[in-house]
Design a protein around this ligand. Structure first.
Ligand code: F6P
Length: 319
């Protein structure tokens, strides 16, 4: 292997830059040339590919977003799109590809691998919804962004004795909602993996209010439904003064936390190591603080599992 490519795809995540840096530096350390592919799979199809030098990844470890830009690419889901991508890789003599992204990006890597092209996936998504790794790059930063916001909301909720509904990201995964709820002592956490009974939520709020609780925080993952609709229903059912905050894409930006920078550096370097060792169709991850790699196809088939013990604990602590 003489030349490798790297791309970021799907929703960006803080720490992706640190992962790109690790891939580039680790490869050059081993005398391998690295090519950056801009705009994810779209850039691969379009041949938006350029050589990366040591200096090209200087001063990015602390930056959010991705230096290589990102995109969601419908065309790459087709046979024709994947074929165009492989042709571009061959044209540039690139022998292997590191894909930094989430579930959708891994599906693209899986397709390339099935077609005989060696790919390694690095889990980068704020959703923390990739099986085979305890954490994905960006989750810790997004979580801390949410915590900071909710701490501020709690101040004003206390002053005005209001109920707040806070909508956080997570279309299919409730990790951000659950971890933020536990870290912030939210009264109720609504995740897509569980069908929480609305009447139970209302009863819990009323019980708290009768006990003298003057304000409450309810965290709703976007996959459960609109925070605004939910806030309206709460208001109608309880008559409590209710406000809604949707944190939206603030959760995707910002300087990565130390934990995300370290994780991204370790995973990016590991991806290069296993590509050079001749492995393909693998994803790298971290489990019990040990770097691991798994068959990307098997992992994707497993599906994401929310930690139900943690969910139960959050309920026990918010009685
Ligand atoms: O997958 C990351 C994520 O931020 C999800 O939490 C969210 O549902 C989605 O991306 C939003 O995507 P977009 O930025 O394309 O609207």
């Amino acid at each position: 292997m003489k030349k490798i490519g790297v791309l970021t795809s799907g929703g960006d995540a803080p720490g992706m830059n640190a992962a790109i840096r690790a891939v580039v530096r680790k490869a050059i350390y081993h005398d391998i040339e690295v090519y950056g592919i801009k705009y994810g799979y779209q850039g691969l199809i379009d041949g938006n590919i350029e050589k990366m030098e040591l200096g090209s990844v200087g001063d990015i470890i602390q930056r959010g977003g991705t230096k290589l830009y990102s995109a969601r690419c419908e065309e790459f889901k087709t046979e024709a799109g994947q074929q165009k991508g492989i042709e571009q890789l061959k044209k540039h003599d690139i022998d292997g590809l590191v894909v930094i992204g989430g579930d959708g990006s891994f599906r693209g890597a899986k397709k390339l691998t099935e077609k005989g092209y060696p790919c390694i996936g690095v889990p980068g998504t704020i959703d923390n919804d990739i099986p085979g790794t305890d954490f994905t790059i960006g989750f810790d930063t997004a979580l801390n962004t949410i915590i900071e916001a909710i701490d501020k909301i709690r101040d004003t909720a206390t002053s005005h004795e209001r109920t707040y509904v806070v909508e956080v990201m997570g279309r299919d995964a409730g990790d951000l909602a659950l971890w933020a709820g536990l870290a912030d002592g939210a009264e109720t956490i609504m995740v897509p993996e569980r069908n929480e009974d609305f009447d139970d939520v209302v009863q819990r709020l009323k019980r708290g209010h009768d006990r003298g609780k003057k304000h409450s925080i309810i965290i709703v993952a976007e996959g459960v439904g609109s925070g605004f609709d939910f806030g309206q229903r709460i208001k109608e059912a309880t008559d409590l003064e209710t406000r809604v905050t949707v944190l939206g894409h603030t959760q995707r930006g910002g300087s990565p936390t130390a934990a995300d920078r370290v994780l991204a550096s370790r995973l990016g370097a590991k991806a290069v190591d296993i590509l050079l060792a001749g492995k393909a169709g693998r994803m790298v991850g971290i489990q019990n603080n040990k770097l691991v790699d798994h068959d990307i196809l098997e992992v994707l088939d497993q599906g994401h599992m929310l930690d139900m013990d943690m969910y139960k604990l959050s309920q026990e602590l918010s009685i």
